[in-house]
Write a protein that binds this ligand. Structure first.
Ligand SMILES: Cc1ncc(COP(=O)(O)O)c(C=O)c1O
Length: 448
C-alpha cells in the first residue's frame, strides 16, 4: 500500500485525466442526490476484505458516486452559498495532499505556514487590520466563529477573576448565521439577538443599556455580520465597532460569505469600521474562489487568541519557541495546510484578478436584480447590497416554490431553493461564480 507500483503509476494517470476532464467541463454536469437505497443499488458494498483495486474503485466513484453529488461550481447553482474555485487552486489541492504537511507548527510546516500567512496578510490588509494581526485557516465559518468567540470569552475571563465563574453573554442579530447561535450553545453561553435585518450601533447600544448590571458584566462579545447569508446585508460595522470600543467588549465580524466583497472597490465602503474589530472571518471557499474547506480567521491581537487556544503537553512544548504555530489560533491541533490552494491561486493570478472576479459576480447579481424587477411575475423583496437577490413569485404558495425548485434540479437546469423572509416563502439567488452569465439567470427566470 505504500509503494508506487506500476498499477499505482497507471492509476495516477487515470486520476489526473479525470481531474483535468472535470476541470474542463464547462459547465460541469449539475447532478443530483440519490436515496440511500438507490446508492446501495448503484454502488453496492464498496469496502471488502480484499479491496476492489484502484481502477474499479475509481470507476465506482466516477460513474456512481460523483453523479450523486451536486456540482457546487455549476453556473446555475445559485442556492445557499455556492463555491467556484479557480482551476489552479483545485490543482494545487492535489499537491497539498501529496506533500503531506502538518501545518500545525512552524517546526513541521514552516514553508506552508509562511505562504498561508501571506494570504492571511492580504485579507488583513484589505480589511485594514493592524500589522501585527494574524490568524489561521480553519475548516469553515462555523469553526471560525466558534474559535473567535472562545478567544473573546477567554480574554473577558482573564480581565476579572469573578468572570471565571460567570456564564458569558453574546450580542448578535436576527440576521446572524446559525453558527453563531451554535457557538453560544457549544460554549454554554447566552445569546441575545438584537436589532432587525441590519444590526446597527444604536441597536447594540440599546441592548446593552437594557441589560441588568449583572448581565452587563456577563457580556463578552458582539458578533455582527458582514454579509448575512439569507439577505446579503452588511451590518453597521462602524457604529457597532464604536459601541464595542466604548463598552470594552470584544468585537467579532462574521464575513464568512460577504467578506470577499472587501476586495471589490464598488462595495468596499460597506465594510468601513471592520478595521476596529478584534476578530474577523471570511471563507475563501465561498466567494474567494478556493476549494472546500477554507475559512480565514484573523485576530487584531493574535496573542489573545494564543492564550485561549494553545494546547499544552510534554510532547508539545517543543513547538513553543517563539515561532508562529497555527494550532495556537483555533480549536484544533493537527491541521491540513488548507490555506495553500487559496494562496497558490492568489500567487498565480495576483490580487487584482481577485478584485475583478468579485466585481464580475457583483455586476451579475445587480443585473439579476434588474431582470427580476422587469419580470411581470416577480418582485424584489429586499434591496440588494452584495451578490444575493431575494424575490417573490407573485401568487405562489410555499408548495409552488418547492415543486418549482425540485423541477429545476430534476431537469438539470440549476439549483435555486426557497428561503423565508419574515415568515414568507421567497426565492434567493446567491452569485459567487464568475462563470454565471446573464443567459444563465435569464434561463432560470424564464421558468418562473
Ligand atoms: C455568514 C456566515 N457565517 C458562517 C457560515 C458557516 O460557514 P461554514 O458552512 O463554512 O461552516 C456561513 C455559511 O453559509 C455564513 O454565510
Amino acid at each position: 500500500m505504500h509503494r508506487v507500483t506500476p498499477e499505482i503509476e497507471s492509476l495516477s494517470k487515470e486520476i489526473l485525466t479525470y481531474t483535468m476532464d472535470r476541470l474542463k467541463m464547462d459547465p460541469p454536469t449539475l447532478d443530483h442526490p440519490l436515496s440511500q437505497t438507490a446508492l446501495e443499488e448503484a454502488a453496492g458494498q464498496t469496502i471488502t476484505e480484499s479491496g476492489l483495486g484502484g481502477e474499479s474503485a475509481l470507476r465506482l466513484f466516477i460513474d456512481k458516486l460523483a453523479p450523486a453529488c451536486i456540482s457546487e461550481d455549476h453556473p446555475r447553482y445559485l442556492a445557499f452559498v455556492p463555491t467556484a474555485p479557480t482551476d489552479v487552486s483545485t490543482l494545487f489541492d492535489l499537491i497539498v495532499g501529496a506533500s503531506n504537511i502538518c501545518a500545525s507548527s512552524w517546526l513541521e510546516g514552516a514553508g506552508a505556514i509562511y505562504a498561508e500567512n501571506q494570504a492571511l496578510r492580504w485579507i488583513s490588509d484589505i480589511a485594514g487590520f493592524p500589522p501585527e494581526a494574524g490568524g489561521v485557516f480553519v475548516s469553515g465559518g462555523t469553526a471560525g466563529n466558534l474559535s473567535a468567540l472562545v478567544a473573546a470569552r477567554h480574554d473577558w475571563r482573564q480581565k476579572r477573576p469573578d468572570h471565571a465563574a460567570q456564564r458569558g453573554l453574546i450580542i448578535s442579530s436576527r440576521g446572524a448565521h446559525a453558527s453563531v447561535q451554535q457557538a453560544a450553545h457549544v460554549m454554554d453561553a447566552d445569546l441575545i439577538q438584537s436589532g432587525g435585518h441590519r444590526l446597527t450601533g444604536a441597536d447594540v447600544a440599546a441592548t446593552i443599556a437594557a441589560l441588568s448590571e449583572t448581565d452587563r458584566s456577563r457580556l463578552f462579545a458582539v458578533a455582527c455580520t458582514a454579509g448575512t447569508t439569507n439577505l446579503g446585508i452588511v451590518d453597521d460595522l462602524e457604529g457597532i465597532g464604536a459601541i464595542c470600543q466604548q463598552n470594552s467588549v470584544w468585537y467579532h465580524v462574521d464575513g464568512a460569505y460577504g467578506g470577499a466583497a472587501l476586495a471589490a472597490p464598488s462595495t468596499r465602503r460597506l465594510f468601513n469600521g471592520i478595521e476596529t474589530a478584534d476578530s474577523f472571518i471570511v471563507d475563501p471557499h465561498k466567494w474567494l474562489f478556493a476549494p472546500f474547506d477554507c475559512c480565514a480567521l484573523i485576530y487584531a491581537d493574535p496573542a489573545k487568541a494564543r492564550r485561549a487556544h494553545r494546547q499544552h503537553g510534554d510532547y508539545l512544548e517543543v513547538f513553543y519557541d517563539g515561532t508562529w504555530n497555527p494550532s495556537d489560533y483555533a480549536h484544533h491541533l493537527s491541521r491540513r495546510a488548507r490555506g495553500l490552494p487559496f494562496w497558490f491561486s492568489l500567487a498565480v493570478h495576483g490580487t487584482k484578478a481577485y478584485a475583478d472576479a468579485v466585481e464580475v459576480t457583483l455586476d451579475r447579481a445587480r443585473e439579476a436584480a434588474t431582470m427580476i424587477d422587469a419580470h411581470p411575475h416577480l418582485e424584489l423583496v429586499t434591496d440588494q447590497q452584495l451578490s444575493i437577490c431575494v424575490f417573490r413569485r407573485l401568487g405562489w404558495s410555499p408548495e409552488d416554490y418547492k415543486s418549482w425548485s425540485d423541477q429545476l434540479l430534476e431537469n438539470g437546469i440549476g439549483l435555486v431553493t426557497p428561503t423565508k423572509h419574515e415568515g414568507e416563502t421567497v426565492l434567493r439567488f446567491c452569485v459567487v461564480n464568475p462563470r454565471t452569465s446573464s443567459d444563465d439567470i435569464q434561463q432560470i427566470l424564464e421558468s418562473l
